[in-house]
Write a new protein. Structure first.
Length: 682
């Protein structure tokens, strides 16, 4: 009997020890997988941010970006070799392939990086979404890890058999043993094993907070202590994994995953209560690239952390703020029955940004463009609410930044209108729907037409005649700007060259053409522009390339290099809309400019605003010091003309002098030698 009892007890303890080893091994594997996935996710996040900066035009980081690629590839190789399960290793391979595919799709893989050209905001957003998708695939490895843990813990069911064997052994002894021995066996063996079995079952079901209460100084006590240690490690790992999966590592805010879950709550909750229950804000920090350029990426990160803290202070209980990536944030405004609307939160955020930020020793005035959308019965899904808020943010940024815009029903019409133009634009040039108008530039002393500005028009088959403001931003987004820009330059210079040949008094007539900043950053487009200017028959010395002040300021070094290549053929440079951008006087001095085109706002406000008058006089004086010619835009009446004459301005442009018109009308004006209003300029 005693031998049987000892054999049963020994077998039970051996089996329990073996199962415990398996459980502890499961915990170690789970911690290893957690650390591997965390390392990959944080490295991919940093790599995504570097990719966004490259796509935005910061080519100086390409070497660091390639080093990051090599490091990430090494991490994936290690993961593929060391992950404990085949399907985890397969998931790592799939994630690496998705990551590499996203990079290749945006010309960010390996040798593609040195020739990378800045991308559009939509392309950058697509790259960020693709990168986020690749990171999301890492969650599959974590899920497999938990499944492996469950499978490992499932071995604990063997304890049932072990306990059964122990009970059988005890029954034999209990039949002939004294009650005292029976009571001792139950107290010191069966009950602790039962506690351990129940603990394993709870852990297997996801109750990671359960601990077993077995205080012994023998093997069972050591087993209980090991179980509690393992359960604590599993609980900590699970909590850390859950937090990392739903939070932004830089700011501590929720991430896109948490945002998606909260939006789903908005759409699930109380659908019968009507419109306006829950809303969304998309927030974009204005001119964040300039902060990164001036303070470095550490300064930029510090600003994002402070900006996130500022957002938290503006929210109500129950609202959620998340960082979507880069300098973009989102706020889910939950309905709590008090009638507060999304724009109320936006107004508080806007007001809070009036207080400057302090980053190190630098005080920064930061603004943000915000788009607001509120759920209503017509809003079909979270994705649609996101689209509406994002479009409203785009409208806020387009209309001057530093403001918030609420999406309304007209936004659907605008989005449909833009989508239709985006679809039709690629075929417009081939279909002969694009044409040029020309607006003369007048010598304010003689009244003569000294130059013309080429203005592209789109004769849309259903929308009618469209101005550049209607479709050129779309052309920059779709990439059609290269073809359209080359066509405009070639058509304009050949038209004006023909006028110079046919009219002897127009031998010095020049033509100005607007050039997009994207054309200057595209090697292919730049080469085609150079090819046009290299033709001596068009007289490149009579060609003026207009680039906006803001476009040059966003990529000063690359812009100057490209402009100098074009100027080497004889063309001149005009800074368009001068005074409305963000360039400094030192930037202006560094630009290879020949002409300043002063924005119309300075002339319009001259008689009403002393500051505008002083600015206009200052710009004219500055241009004289820098030996730059000046064209003042927006001359709309004789009083403004007299102001410019009194200030000694040489050239002007505006409807009072001569409005834009097709080539036939401008040719007639050139033949007459005056503008179409024929003011008394002589």
């Amino acid at each position: 009997m005693l031998v049987t009892l000892l054999v049963g007890v020994t077998a039970t303890l051996f089996g329990v020890s073996r199962v415990t080893d398996q459980v502890l091994g499961t915990g170690d594997r789970l911690r290893f997988v957690s650390e591997t996935v965390t390392g990959l996710r944080s490295t991919l996040e940093a790599h995504e941010q570097a990719g966004i900066r490259l796509l935005a035009g910061s080519g100086s980081e390409s070497a660091e970006f390639l080093e990051q690629q090599n490091e990430i590839s090494r991490l994936f190789d290690d993961a593929t070799a060391q992950l404990p399960a085949e399907r985890m290793r397969a998931a790592a391979v799939q994630t690496e392939e998705a990551w590499q595919a996203g990079l290749r799709a945006h010309s960010l893989w390996g040798g593609q990086v040195p020739v990378l050209q800045p991308a559009t905001p939509e392309t950058i957003a697509a790259y960020a979404a693709g990168s986020a998708g690749a990171r999301a695939m890492l969650s599959q490895i974590e899920r497999f890890s938990f499944e492996e843990m469950d499978a490992g813990l499932a071995d604990a069911t063997e304890l049932h058999l072990l306990v059964f064997a122990g009970r059988c052994s005890l029954l034999i002894i209990l039949a002939v043993a004294v009650l005292y021995l029976r009571r001792r066996l139950i107290t010191f063996l069966i009950r602790p094993v039962e506690d351990l079995r129940r603990g394993v079952q709870k852990l297997q079901k996801g109750d990671y907070s359960h601990r077993v209460d077995v205080v012994r100084r023998d093997e069972l006590g050591e087993l209980a202590e090991a179980f509690n240690t393992m359960a604590e490690a599993v609980q900590v790992s699970h909590r850390a994994l859950s937090h990392r999966a739903n939070h932004d590592p830089l700011t501590g805010l929720g991430n896109r995953t948490m945002l998606t879950e909260r939006l789903a709550e908005v759409f699930r909750g109380q659908p019968g209560r009507g419109a306006g229950h829950g809303g969304l804000l998309i927030i974009d920090v204005d001119n964040f690239k300039a902060v990164n350029d001036s303070l470095g990426h550490e300064g930029g990160d510090a600003l994002l952390i402070e900006f996130a803290h500022r957002l938290r202070t503006c929210l109500r209980a129950g609202d959620l703020v998340a960082r979507l990536g880069g300098d973009e944030f989102a706020v889910v405004v939950m309905d709590d029955g008090d009638g507060a609307r999304t724009t109320g939160v936006a107004a508080r955020i806007h007001e809070s940004l009036h207080t400057p930020f302090t980053i190190g020793d630098v005080r920064l005035k930061v603004s943000a463009s915000m788009g607001a959308a509120e759920r209503n019965p017509a809003t079909g899904s979270p994705a649609e609410l996101l689209r509406q808020a994002d479009f409203a943010m785009y409208m806020a940024k387009r209309d001057g930044k530093g403001r918030y815009q609420l999406f309304d029903a007209r936004g659907d019409d605008t989005m449909s209108y833009r989508a239709a133009l985006r679809t039709d634009l690629p075929a417009a040039l081939a279909a002969g729907q694009l044409g040029l108008d020309y607006q003369p530039v007048i010598d304010l002393g003689s009244g003569a037409i000294v130059g013309v500005e080429a203005l592209v028009r789109w004769d849309h088959p259903t929308q009618g005649r469209l101005s550049p403001a209607d479709f050129m931003p779309l052309a920059e987004e779709t990439g059609d700007i290269d073809e359209i820009g080359v066509w405009v330059l070639e058509t304009a210079v050949r038209q004006v060259a023909g006028w110079r040949r046919s009219m002897s008094h127009c031998k010095d007539l020049w033509v100005s053409v607007n050039v997009s900043a994207l054309q200057l950053t595209s090697a292919k487009s730049l080469a085609r522009l150079e090819g046009i200017l290299a033709d001596p028959t068009i007289c490149p010395q009579r060609v003026v390339l207009e680039v906006t002040e803001t476009a040059l300021a966003t990529n000063i070094d690359g812009g100057i290099t490209a402009i100098n290549r074009l100027k080497s053929h004889g063309a001149r440079l005009a800074i368009d809309d001068f005074g409305t951008g963000y360039s400094s006087l030192s930037t202006l001095a560094a630009l290879p400019a020949d002409i300043l085109k002063v924005d119309r706002s300075f002339l319009a406000g001259h008689s009403k605003d002393a500051a505008s008058a002083a600015m206009l006089e200052g710009i004219l004086g500055l241009a004289g010091k820098l030996q730059l010619e000046v064209i003042v835009e927006g001359v709309e009446d004789v009083e403004q003309l007299d102001v410019l004459r009194g200030l000694g301005c040489g050239m002007g442009q505006g409807y009072f002098l001569a409005g834009p018109g097709p080539s036939t009308v401008i040719e007639a004006l050139l033949a007459a030698g005056t503008g179409n209003r024929a003011p008394d300029l002589r």
